[in-house]
Structure formats: structure tokens, C-alpha cells
Design a binder for this molecule. Structure first.
Ligand code: SAH
Length: 414
């Protein structure tokens, strides 16, 4: 299994669609590796006694299979590739040996010299993928990758120019926090500024809804904190997140708090800003493309349209309309004729629709639900206010999903 350690690697583009890839380990490294495998359409099996919340969310959504236990050599039967992402060197050696026996290429996060395959630094621009191997030096690979990325973006110097011209030091110098909107799901929908700050981060605190491929391009030495807040699952409280932001910034590090969509749209960004401000930590806010607008757009629905709707209202549906905790005047919303966009509304959709109809909005009003908008997993259902809840249940649509109610749903249909 040895060979000349310094021989050049042979580059390949693996076409993994439908092919089994085994990831051994369920921690931070696996969390960063899995999104690119899913993006490639691989049939991913994760073998690990425990998963990070982000990986668990993939498992719960059926995007990968999880064997909840330690590795057994037979896990590799039928696999085309294995990624070892465990801390325990003994376990890593056992996986390597089982892979070599079966002639399966084995990527090892813990030991490049012992691996039979290396993962390159990658950047993607539409259909083009650039993969860079740095001759055993991951930092060199990332520097070259960053330069190529800027060239492809057609903006040399804008995204990662030499530090001297890149930005004022105050922008990313240690001891700061940036609240960055990551956009709705497509990794290309982060803003240029958000991306630039992300590439400079020492610490990234990421939400569950943040596109995994954005994390795939981070430097290997970046501390990645998974702030995933899974309903009814393992959760870190908001106070804990605030504490991490403040602690890391006080230790002189540049912290990017990466949040799905826009940081202030039902994102608790304001609370994080206040916590940093109270601790004397400087904060920058970088707005993001919100799913409230982008998910409908990706499904062919404009939130306004000439002669159809001159307003759109974005409302959270996470509190039931009849709950005393509700801050939403559903009766008033029912009287509007414009577009209503409901986020976090699947669970209460039946009650929301019934309440709107009870207060006078027609049951025939067009309604649509867009699940995982702007991503490869996007699904969409068109219906009417009267039947949408039943149809969503029948179709098995799941969060994250955006509900759009109003005539705009049909505005662009031929
Ligand atoms: N700050 C985010 C919203 C956070 S609330 C933003 O600006 O987009 C989370 C809700 O956003 C989800 O329950 C869902 O209603 C919606 N959402 C997030 N990503 C989505 C996507 N890709 N497609 C459809 N809806 C999405």
C-alpha cells in the first residue's frame, strides 16, 4: 500500500451520483465534508455513534443514511470511496486497512501521508469546478484556489486581493463580530461582502440553514461552531451562542456569525447584536438575500407584479394564530389583497389558512409552498388557500419551506 510518497497525485473528477460513499465519523470534519458529497449526488452512509446537529438534520431529512455505531470493515462493502473523519488514530488505521483490502480510495483527515486520496481546495462557479492540490501544503492550495476564484468571478482583487488593498484593517482585524446573511440556500447567493468576510474569519458560528458548501471552502484552521437549533433535538441556547460570539471576539479573533437568509428576518440577529454591543464588542451587519423573496422567485413567483400586487407582507407562522403568544393580526392580514409570505408556517398551516378564510380572504386565493428553495432539493406545490394545508400534508413537504398566498402565485404562468 506504499509507494513513492512524493510522486505527483493524479487528478480525477469523481462522478459519485448514486454511488455509495462511506464517511466514518460524525464530528466537525464530517460536517464539512458531507455537503459536497451530497451535492455530487452520492449515496452517503455515515458511520458514527454520534452526529453533529447539522449532520443529524441531513439524516432526518433522508439525505443520507446513518449507522449509529462504530465502524465495521463490512461497512465498506459496495462503497466506491471512503472518507475518514475520526480523531482516534487507531480507528482511522482500521478503516484505511479495510479500504485497502477492498481497493477503495481512502481520504484521511488525520494523516495525509497514509491516505490514498486527497481532497483538494475547491471553488465552484456555475458548472465549473476548480480543484487545487498544493503538493501537501493545504494553505498553498487555498491561496491558489482563492486567486482562481477571483479570476472566475471576473473581479480580480475584489474578493481576496492582497491584504494591503483588501480592506481597512478595522473591517476584519481581531476582536470583532460580523453578522452575515448567507442567503437562502444556493451557496452563490451570499453577497460579495459576506463572502469576503467569511474567507477572513478565524471563527465561524453557523446555523443549520446555512448552505453547507460555503463551509466546504473555509480554511482548515478555522474554528467552526455548529449552532444548529433543531426543534425538539439537541439545542444550544441563544445565550450560549451569544456567549461564544463575545468570548471569541474578546480573545482577539474575527468571528463570523453566519445565518440563513438575512440575519434580521426571523433570525435573532438583533439579539446577537445587542449581546455584542453590551460586551463592548464591535459588530458589523451584512444583510443577506432572504428566503421570503428568494424562495418564491426560485419557484417562478414574483412577490409583487404590475397590476397584480402592490404589496407583500412577510409574517412568521411559528406561533399558532389563536395562541395568546401571537403578535400577528391575522384578521387584518386577511383583509389585505396583496401577497402574504409565511415563513416557519408549515406546522400551523391548516390553522393559518382557516383563520385567513374565516376573516374574509377567499378560499380560492392561489397559494404555493416552496420547500428548500434555490437548492438542488427544491420542491414546490401550487394550490389554493382552502386546500393547501391538506395538499402539503399529502405531498409530505417539510421545513424549511416558504408559503406564498396571493394572485402573484399565478402571475407568470402562461
Ligand atoms: N433569516 C431567514 C429566515 C429564518 S426563519 C431568511 O431571511 O431567509 C426560517 C424559515 O425561513 C424556514 O422555516 C422557512 O420558512 C424559511 N426558509 C429558509 N430557507 C428556505 C429555503 N431555502 N426555502 C424555503 N424557505 C426557506
Amino acid at each position: 500500500m506504499s509507494g513513492r510518497g512524493d510522486a505527483s497525485p493524479y487528478p480525477l473528477g469523481l462522478r459519485l451520483h448514486g454511488r455509495r460513499v462511506v464517511v466514518v465519523g460524525g464530528g466537525a470534519v464530517a460536517t464539512r465534508r458531507v455537503p459536497a458529497l451530497l451535492d455530487a449526488g452520492a449515496d452517503v452512509l455515515v458511520v458514527a455513534p454520534e452526529l453533529t446537529p447539522a449532520l443529524r438534520a441531513h439524516a432526518d431529512a433522508g439525505r443520507l443514511r446513518w449507522a449509529e455505531r462504530r465502524f465495521a470493515p463490512t461497512d465498506l462493502d459496495g462503497a466506491w470511496l471512503v472518507q475518514v473523519a475520526v480523531d482516534d488514530p487507531g480507528a482511522a488505521v482500521a478503516v484505511s486497512a479495510a479500504a485497502a483490502e477492498r481497493r477503495i480510495f481512502c481520504v484521511r483527515a488525520d494523516d495525509r501521508a497514509a491516505a490514498t486520496a486527497w481532497t483538494p481546495a475547491v471553488t465552484r462557479q456555475g458548472p465549473v469546478t476548480v480543484a487545487v492540490l498544493g503538493g501537501g501544503d493545504p494553505r498553498r492550495a487555498m491561496t491558489v484556489r482563492d486567486a482562481v476564484r477571483d479570476l472566475l468571478a471576473g473581479r480580480p482583487g475584489l474578493v481576496s486581493a492582497p491584504p494591503a488593498v483588501r480592506e481597512s484593517p478595522a473591517d476584519t482585524a481581531g476582536g470583532r463580530v460580523a453578522l452575515v446573511g448567507a442567503g437562502p440556500g444556493d451557496p452563490e447567493l451570499i453577497t460579495v461582502k459576506g463572502w469576503r468576510l467569511l474567507t477572513r474569519a478565524d471563527v465561524v458560528v453557523a446555523d443549520r440553514l446555512v448552505p453547507g458548501l460555503l463551509l466546504d471552502e473555509l480554511r482548515a484552521d478555522v474554528e467552526l461552531v455548529d449552532a444548529a437549533k433543531i426543534p425538539y433535538g439537541p439545542a444550544r441556547t441563544q445565550e450560549e451562542i451569544n456567549r461564544i460570539l463575545v468570548d471569541r471576539a474578546r480573545a482577539g479573533r474575527f468571528v463570523v456569525r453566519l445565518k440563513g437568509g438575512d440575519p434580521y428576518v426571523f433570525g435573532r440577529g438583533g439579539e446577537e447584536l445587542l449581546a455584542c454591543a453590551a460586551a463592548g464588542v464591535p459588530v458589523t451587519v451584512v444583510p443577506g438575500v432572504t428566503s421570503a423573496v428568494a424562495a418564491p422567485a426560485a419557484a417562478g413567483i414574483p412577490v409583487t407584479h404590475r397590476a397584480v400586487a402592490h404589496e407583500f407582507t412577510v409574517v412568521s407562522g411559528h406561533v399558532a394564530p389563536d395562541s395568546p403568544a401571537s403578535l400577528v393580526r391575522w384578521d387584518a392580514l386577511a383583509a389585505l389583497r396583496g401577497t402574504l409570505v409565511v415563513l416557519m408556517g408549515l406546522k400551523n398551516l391548516a390553522a393559518i389558512a382557516a383563520t385567513l378564510v374565516a376573516h374574509g380572504r377567499s378560499a380560492e386565493t392561489p397559494a404555493a409552498v416552496v420547500q428548500e428553495g434555490t437548492t438542488g432539493g427544491q420542491r414546490m406545490l401550487r394550490s389554493t388557500l382552502g386546500t393547501v394545508a391538506a395538499e402539503v400534508a399529502a405531498a409530505g413537504l417539510r421545513p424549511p419551506a416558504t408559503v406564498v398566498i396571493g394572485d402573484v402565485v399565478d402571475a407568470l404562468r402562461a
